[in-house]
Design a protein around this ligand. Structure first.
Ligand code: ATP
Ligand code: MG
Length: 357
């Protein structure tokens, strides 16, 4: 019978369910080909539709319900009619924070066959892994709204950088750099953010003393944004704060094939709580229900799940399949210049897997 991996699936809103179905198709195909493990998927109908009916994005005991799973596979949440800050805070951030998924891993790698808007950049020069702090920082939710509506109105949004939170993300990044033999870049803004980012830089240097074998560099976020576009080969492993990571990885997605191809993993590295795998893109209401969403980001996120479970070979094979499909150009969704449906792309990637075995 072998091992069973229990996965909680939250398809979510908009194109979420459409792309998640294709990721599951690929995961099931892999289990079939391997034969030593299987997946058991349990669906949770949470998201904005649920909110409109029940007044909440997920059940009050949602975290307890998810707690026992090996992983969470999430499509996207957010839809017109539900304020973005509600859909974000009441589900996504609740899970990320509640399960201490403090590592957000976002590969920015230009796969063979993927479209790239940059000229004069060789394909292999775009190959980095952004490690984004995922539970505090600028998205800690701390602040105040004073004298609302009065002339002296003031709004405060406070970044929260705890020693524990900052050390653990930076340590994770050093470990990753050491394990992979790649250089590590810290992206911050110590010149303008004179408390939080000075502290960040200090901890980056402090922990660095334990990793003399890791080659490091530090960039201000503004300069880094320019170099992401001009000389992306400068970056291998990147560690950065919640807000900067959010912005930089959308920029990264743009240079590495678009949002339809950008994968993400929210990890609790200690494995005390389940980790969550989700494409970087949102619910894309403009194309929802049309069957043309690109499922490759969701499929790549599923590959990150395989990696996290220890099936590195299968994780690589998923990426190879994606590359094959893109190079052939036989099944591509409109965002990549093709005319195929979401399902056709998923089926093609799943089929390609058996070709590679
Ligand atoms: P949300 O509020 O849920 O984040 P959004 O309106 O910000 O939704 P995104 O999902 O972030 O929309 O998408 C931004 C743009 O990228 C949209 O035009 C969308 O159609 C496109 N896009 C995003 N994901 C995909 C995908 N998987 N395939 C094709 N196009 C996509
Ligand atoms: Mg969005």
């Amino acid at each position: 019978m072998g091992k069973t991996w229990n996965i909680a699936v939250i398809p979510g809103d908009g194109i979420g369910p459409e792309v998640i179905a294709e990721g599951i198709k690929v995961l099931n195909r892999i289990a079939e080909l391997d034969g030593s493990f299987r997946f058991d998927f349990t669906y949770f109908p949470w998201g904005c539709e649920y909110y409109l009916k029940h007044g909440k994005m997920m059940d009050d005991d949602g975290l307890e319900k998810l707690r026992g799973f090996d992983a969470i596979y999430l499509g996207a949440v957010g839809f017109p009619g539900v304020p973005d800050h509600i859909s974000l805070w009441d589900l996504l951030l609740k899970i990320r924070k509640g399960f201490e998924q403090y590592v957000n891993l976002r590969p920015i790698k230009l796969l063979a066959g993927a479209p790239c808007p940059l000229k004069d950049v060789a394909r292999e020069q775009i190959d980095m892994l952004v490690i984004r702090e995922n539970t505090e920082g600028e998205y800690a939710g701390a602040g105040d709204w004073l004298f609302r509506g009065k002339p002296e109105e003031v709004v405060l949004q406070t970044g929260v950088f705890s020693r524990k939170g900052t050390e653990r993300i930076i340590r994770y990044a050093y470990e990753t750099a050491r394990k992979t033999g790649r250089s590590l870049t810290s992206i911050s803004k110590g010149n303008a953010l004179n408390y939080s980012m000075v502290f960040w830089d200090q901890i980056f240097a402090e922990i660095g003393r334990e990793y003399p074998d890791v080659k490091t560099s530090s960039y201000l976020v503004d300069a880094a944004s320019m170099f992401f576009v001009k000389q992306p080969e400068r970056f291998e492993i990147v560690v950065t704060s919640n807000l900067f990571g959010d912005i930089l990885t959308d920029l990264g997605a743009a240079i590495a094939g678009g949002l339809g191809l950008a994968a993400g993993a929210n990890l609790n590295p200690e494995r005390i709580y389940p980790s969550m795998f989700e494409p970087v893109h949102g619910s894309a209401p403009d194309i929802a229900g049309k069957g043309i969403a690109n499922p490759l980001a969701a499929i790549w996120s599923a590959s990150q799940m395989l990696e996290f479970f220890g099936y590195s070979e299968w994780a690589d094979r998923v990426l190879q399949s994606i590359e094959q499909v893109m190079v052939e150009g036989s099944a591509l969704t409109p965002d990549m210049g093709g005319a195929s449906t979401t399902q056709e792309v998923g089926t093609r990637v799943a089929y390609q897997l058996s070709e590679l075995v």
